[in-house]
Design a protein around this ligand. Structure first.
Ligand SMILES: Cc1cc2nc3c(=O)[nH]c(=O)nc-3n(C[C@H](O)[C@H](O)[C@H](O)COP(=O)(O)OP(=O)(O)OC[C@H]3O[C@@H](n4cnc5c(N)ncnc54)[C@H](O)[C@@H]3O)c2cc1C
Length: 474
């Protein structure tokens, strides 16, 4: 691919870039192209802030035709493009280099409508929260939910195949997308805005773009699947004597709650004991259990669901699966329970140089894997802090490790320990955040050489010049 770095004095863009910017300015309306100090610093990086750099230009299209035109011109000039949504990604997937052009979808922010079948069509820059609110106003639930809901966009959610708290009930972003519109590297528009559940007409191309982190195409519009608004809600925080109990309790919850189980989050004691101190929260249960489970059930019949929830908890006590439970008697109680789990957003302030992991393990080896990682970390750094929490209902654990006073110097060694365990136990190095540039060198831990080669073949076919989000994923 042509090298489009700025000239050595770093002031004048290469003539190829200058030609491209001139063509873009001629063919697009005003206010679509920003350069230099006119680019807001937030476009220099995503939430991970690994290596913030001002891109060569920022493009701000308003509709699919403009995205298509921009990509056609960038393609013709061999210009690399980094798609940006709400910039809440945690793996530097939307972080540009200074020779890249950042293409922000934030102004494609219209909710086009909700039809009678419960499908919502949106532009990709709509925030997750705006989509949730629009669904709620029409009596529906858009079930995807993550902590970054106020800023992250539907396009970013789809490009990362986002997960979150409700996957155990409704699936990941992939399960909530029924149609997609994508602009390819050369500007071709693929309109796959289906509204039919069954469509086995050849390959289902949209699946290829979901989770592709902006490396195969730019998502411009989507048709989202909505669910009925729940009419009942139960929430409890459970204290359990062991990790294995959490897995047994999960099985029983699936069987006993009549399909209403909507969240199943675990907090290990290290997390449960540490978080209240930094977030000024109280612990609803005494800190004396081997593991804590935060459980939500959403149903359609308040009376029946409450009775079913109560007898489920009684069964857990009778079987000795749980030692204690705090049941939310109001929305305020439930929010207080969830505040513990959501306080994870405070961690960057308190442990800025921490190593963070978003990994999956098969359920039957999860306990052994966590134990193995903990032992290795403690053996190497006896004063290390290790916090473990996550979406046990979907095999997903988040692990945070910090070795005090070392300013993150041991990050690579910590990675070796965690990813070594992931590899040995057939887990995944990225459960839901993606690879971006942060984790791409570890892809071989989870994917075979044949899988990686097939990914390269796909990338080569769709983006032969490699202009879409270079240096990410592969
Ligand atoms: C507090 C907090 C909590 C979080 N919790 C969760 C969680 O529970 N589960 C979870 O999965 N993630 C979580 N995340 C990570 C993040 O919010 C998600 O990855 C989210 O889906 C990213 O959306 P975004 O719009 O911010 O995308 P960005 O960060 O802007 O981009 C993410 C990736 O998608 C690409 N991209 C963005 N928009 C498009 C588009 N329209 N077309 C093609 N490619 C595009 C980018 O190039 C980049 O590779 C959390 C983040 C924070 C800060």
């Amino acid at each position: 691919m042509t090298d489009l770095r700025l000239n050595s004095n770093d002031e004048q863009p290469s003539s190829r870039l200058a030609d491209l910017l001139a063509a873009l300015r001629t063919q697009l309306p005003e206010n679509r192209i920003r350069t230099g100090n006119d680019i807001p610093p937030r476009h220099h990086s995503d939430w991970n802030r690994a290596d913030p750099q001002c891109p060569a230009a920022l493009l701000q299209p308003r509709n699919t035709d403009e995205v298509s035109l921009m990509m056609r011109l960038c393609h013709a000039h061999g210009q690399s493009v980094v798609p940006q949504g709400g910039l809440t990604g945690l793996v530097s997937g939307a972080e540009p280099r200074r020779q890249d052009i950042a293409l922000s979808l934030e102004h494609l922010n219209s909710i086009e409508g909700i039809d009678g079948a419960g499908y919502m069509t949106v532009q990709s820059g709509v925030t997750l929260e705006a989509a949730q609110n629009a669904a709620e106003q029409e009596g529906y639930l858009f079930a995807l939910d993550i902590g970054a809901r106020g800023s992250c966009t539907i396009g970013g959610n789809i490009a990362t195949n986002a997960g979150g708290n409700r996957v155990v009930r409704y699936g990941m972003a992939r399960q909530l997308v029924i149609g997609l519109e994508v602009v390819l590297a050369d500007g071709t528009v693929l309109n796959m805005l289906d509204k039919v559940v069954k469509n086995n007409t050849g390959y289902d191309l949209k699946q290829m773009f979901i989770g592709s982190e902006g490396t195969l195409g730019i998502i411009t519009r989507a048709v989202l699947k909505l669910h009925p608004q729940p009419r009942s809600y139960q929430c409890a925080l459970l204290g359990l004597p062991g990790t294995r109990n959490a897995i047994e309790t999960l099985k029983l919850a699936h069987a006993a709650l009549g399909g209403t189980l909507s969240a199943y989050e675990v907090m290990f004691p290290d997390f449960y004991d540490y978080i209240p101190g930094i977030a000024n929260l109280r612990q609803p249960l005494a800190p004396e259990h081997a593991i804590y489970v935060l459980l939500d059930a959403q149903g359609s019949d308040a009376g029946l669901d409450a009775r079913r929830f109560q007898s489920f908890l009684e069964e857990l006590f009778e079987q000795g699966l749980i030692a204690d439970a705090a049941v939310a008697s109001s929305m305020q109680d439930a929010q207080a329970f969830w505040a513990l789990r959501d306080a994870v957003s405070e961690l960057p302030l308190h442990i800025p140089k921490r190593s963070t992991f978003d990994v999956s393990f098969p359920l039957d080896v999860m306990e052994a894997a966590v134990q193995e990682i903990r032992e290795q970390v403690n053996q190497r750094w006896p004063d290390a802090l290790m916090l473990c929490f996550g979406h046990l209902g979907d095999n997903n654990l988040h692990i945070v490790v910090d070795v005090p006073g070392t300013q993150g110097r041991h990050a690579e060694d910590i990675e070796s320990i965690v990813y070594g365990s992931v590899g040995r136990h057939n887990g995944a190095i990225s459960a839901e955040h993606g690879l971006g540039s942060k984790k791409r060198q570890h892809i071989g831990v989870t994917r075979s050489a044949a899988e990686i080669a097939t990914m390269h073949t796909l990338k080569q076919a769709l983006d032969p010049q490699g202009i879409l989000n270079p240096g990410k994923v592969l």
